[in-house]
Design a protein around this ligand. Structure first.
Ligand code: F6P
Length: 560
């Protein structure tokens, strides 16, 4: 396998895709008419996911050329390299092994990477998390006043927040009764203030989740939470006057998840109450590590194990399925086709499942922090566009907001629809099964995007001629429809793994390191540099550019 990125854009496959594109006139109406099997032919199965790719803009030739492109960039070798723990995160010189987090116990052959028996470590840490989850839920773990814990507050940001909160929201029906999890991420004091204002410190337990345990937002919020705990306990006549009492309160009300257990101890959290993971787990790929502790407590170890098994099913599909049936590979390659050949800039993900309402936000970090880059893993500039802008909202809310642009705008917006067959709340409205009304919208949207409505069809409805153009739908707007029987822990794990691997495929074609995130560093550094000026240091203020200076001056003049 080449250690250097292979330039896809100078490959014969890329040239062939360019030529293919020149004569490419997508016509989904025609394609479906010519091939009555198109719908079933291009509907694939990955684990329990039923994935209909047929309404995307491709012909069999497109898929053949994209498969050749995958071969040219040695995609299979790169997949194998990731699964076996090679240091494919080049700029940080790390293995990329989130797939090891969900390997079943006693999987063979054993995975030993850089001298570490990964399987043994992963399962030992999982057991620790599971034991904690059991102790919280059965009341063995109690607060400092002896009361049972009823609220967990996860404090983290980025991958230490988005995965846990998304999964908690998605799996709400599985949350054990008597337990609620809340999430604090933003350094805006509103977040911690609002989240804690109605909680009882005696029954609240904080999970401080931070891979590095240096993140400004998380550590600030953790200190605020610790202060809130001490003050709240004191208000309830719990003596908090000496260090020992305060330490004991932290020991019963704070646990941590981190790869930096020394820093956890510095914060005052007993390392026995800390759950570890490893530098080969990227933050945005960490919900299935101990970073998911809040979820494991909420849904219990058995359900969490099902969640992990879901990921693993897709891992196996991804590493062993030929390109033309490999769902993550095809979806990733189609995204390359849209981005680099059909000039799409964004990608919408539209879940028709209210429980997935945080899924688009989760995917934003996964995809954009991974692939929003303009140099390749050897430092050379990329040779084409990378990284679509991912966005979305649950249907049908989006229909009444931004779907206008997707249906009739000038931009091509590939869409992923996601829906489940069985609702959690089986409600009827008169004679109507409400879930069926909901799903009718899901089915209708991909149809409308694909097949549109011609001017003649609009006229046939009796529309006045001058209004006809406004009511025409061009069609040929691509979408993928993903369905599952239920939104279970397993299917959620499958969905997440699907998108992890889609992201990987695109990164490989673009030659970029999808596992570093240097682009977030400058802003963090400047925030520290600007802080003295914000606090009133005139010399620091004078050093700012005129725009930043005037913004800070406005702030200082208006701050009460
Ligand atoms: O700022 C980006 C980032 O490093 C993400 O990649 C990460 O998920 C997040 O910050 C939180 O980092 P940590 O878990 O180390 O607090």
């Amino acid at each position: 396998m080449s250690t250097e990125p292979i330039d896809a854009t100078s490959s014969p496959a890329w040239a062939a895709l360019r030529t293919h594109k020149e004569s490419f006139t997508p016509n989904l109406r025609q394609w479906f008419a010519n091939d009555p099997q198109r719908g079933t032919k291009y509907t694939l199965r990955a684990g329990d996911l039923h994935v209909d790719l047929s309404k995307n803009l491709f012909t069999e030739e497109t898929l053949t050329l994209l498969s050749k492109l995958a071969d040219h960039v040695q995609l299979q070798d790169r997949i194998d390299a990731m699964f076996s723990g090679e240091h494919i995160n080049v700029t940080e010189d790390r293995a990329v092994l989130h797939t090891a987090l969900r390997r079943p116990q006693n999987a063979t052959p054993e995975l030993v990477v850089d001298g570490q028996n990964v399987d043994v470590d992963v399962h030992a840490e999982l057991e620790k998390v599971y034991d904690f989850a059991r102790r919280v839920s059965d009341g063995q773990w109690r607060g400092v006043t002896g009361e049972k814990i009823s609220t967990i507050v996860n404090i983290g940001i980025g991958g230490s927040d988005l995965g846990p909160v998304m999964a908690y929201e998605a799996l709400k029906p599985y949350v054990r009764s008597g337990l609620e999890v809340r999430f604090v991420s933003n350094i805006d004091p509103t977040d911690v203030g609002e989240t804690l204002c109605d909680l009882d410190p005696r029954t609240t337990l904080f999970i401080i989740a931070s891979k590095t345990f240096t993140t400004l937002e998380t550590l600030t919020n953790a200190r605020l939470a610790r202060r809130w705990l001490w003050d709240g306990l004191a208000d309830r006549d719990v003596a908090m006057t000496d260090d020992d009492a305060r330490r004991q309160a932290v020991a019963r009300h704070f646990v941590a998840v981190s790869t930096a257990l020394d820093k956890v101890a510095d914060f005052g959290i007993d390392p026995d109450n800390a759950f570890g993971f490893w530098d080969w787990v990227g933050g945005r790929y960490s919900v299935d590590s101990a970073i998911g502790t809040s979820l494991a407590v909420a849904i219990g170890p058995e359900r969490f194990a099902e969640f992990l098994a879901g990921f693993h099913a897709i891992d196996e599909h991804f590493r062993s399925t030929p390109w033309k049936e490999n769902v993550p590979a095809l979806m990733g390659l189609l995204n390359v086709w849209y981005t680099n050949f059909l000039d799409a800039h964004t990608h919408a993900v539209l879940p028709y499942a209210q429980y997935l309402h945080r899924f688009p936000a989760y995917l934003q970090q996964l995809t954009m922090e991974s692939n929003g880059k303009s140099v390749r893993w050897n430092g050379s500039p990329v040779t084409g566009e990378t990284g679509e802008v991912w966005w979305g909202e649950p249907g049908t809310n989006g229909q009444h907001a931004f779907y206008q642009l997707i249906h009739q705008g000038t931009r091509l917006v590939p869409v992923d629809f996601i829906a489940v067959a069985n609702p959690e709340h089986d409600l009827v409205d008169g004679d109507h099964d409400v879930h069926e009304l909901f799903l009718a919208n899901f089915f209708a949207q991909s149809k409308a995007l694909a097949f549109g409505k011609t001017a003649d069809e609009v006229r046939a409805e009796g529309t006045a001629e001058d209004i006809v153009p406004a009511r025409v739908f061009s069609g040929n707007r691509p979408s993928t429809s993903i369905m599952a029987a239920d939104l279970s822990p397993s299917t959620l794990g499958q969905l997440i793994a699907l998108y992890e691997h889609i992201t990987f495929v695109q990164g490989i074609v673009w030659g970029i390191d999808s596992f570093d995130q240097w682009g977030v560093e400058l802003g963090k550094q400047l925030a520290l540099e600007v802080a003295p000026a914000v606090a009133g240091d005139q010399a620091a203020l004078a050093e700012q550019d005129s725009s930043t200076r005037s913004l800070i001056e406005f702030y200082r003049e208006n701050r009460r």
